[in-house]
Design a binder for this molecule. Structure first.
Ligand SMILES: [Zn+2]
Length: 218
């Protein structure tokens, strides 16, 4: 069964200045929670977070834990400890809570056309710093701004990354090295995201509806 990879960026109110065009990737807490409700009981939907915003741990993590969900957090080493961003302790905390930790690089620059020193900083040093914060190896990367070319991918392969996550808005094959994702945007809600999910057999839908009913009655 193909996968639907959903990618969140920020949730709620940003606590730092946003980059131009970034606001459209911030979602409300209500939208986030209603989208998570949709994902419960659907193992073919995978969740990730990019950019290492504070909201990952303030809103993202509690929402996942309440629903028994997990996600992978692609964090930025260059923002560790900056206002509005995760600190190294937060990354360790996410890991201890059973979440995956990946790299989104150092400075949130495109990985297209990196110089040799850019490759070292973005693909090697950032990875090492994130691994040290998380206390685990980092084997997955998410491409900043979703940008890449053949050279980017060649570097990532040579460095032994086990999976690379894009923002190409299509479904993914399980186990594929390149994992396209759908970024959730400010105008999304459970209804718009449900159109991205691959239809499931009826029995599963009924079970899921029953599970939702139990939750509402609690
Ligand atoms: Zn990003």
């Amino acid at each position: 069964m193909n996968l639907t990879n959903l990618c969140f960026h920020g949730i709620g109110e940003p606590e730092r200045y946003l980059e131009p065009g970034e606001a459209r990737y911030w979602v409300s807490r209500d939208a986030y929670e209603s989208i998570l409700d949709l994902v419960v009981g659907r193992p073919e939907v995978r969740i990730s977070f990019d950019d290492g915003n504070r909201s990952d741990i303030a809103i993202g993590l509690p929402g996942l834990l309440e629903r028994g969900l997990t996600a992978t957090f692609f964090v930025l080493a260059g923002r560790f400890g900056k206002p509005g961003s995760l600190g190294r302790d937060d990354v360790a905390h996410l890991r201890a809570a059973g979440m995956g930790i990946g790299t989104h690089g150092m400075d949130h620059i495109s990985w297209r056309g990196l110089t040799p020193s850019g490759v070292r900083r973005e693909l090697m040093e950032a990875r090492a710093q994130i691994a040290s914060a998380a206390g685990t190896v980092v084997e997955e990367a998410a491409l900043p701004r979703g940008q890449y070319d053949r050279t980017t991918l060649r570097h990532l392969r040579a460095l032994g990354y086990r999976a690379v996550h894009t923002s190409d808005r299509t479904h993914a094959a399980p186990g594929a090295w390149l994992q396209p994702r759908f970024s959730v945007t400010a105008t999304d809600d459970a209804a718009s995201v449900s159109t991205l999910l691959i239809p499931q057999p009826l029995t599963k839908r009924v079970e899921r509806r029953a599970a939702g009913l139990v939750k509402r009655l609690r």
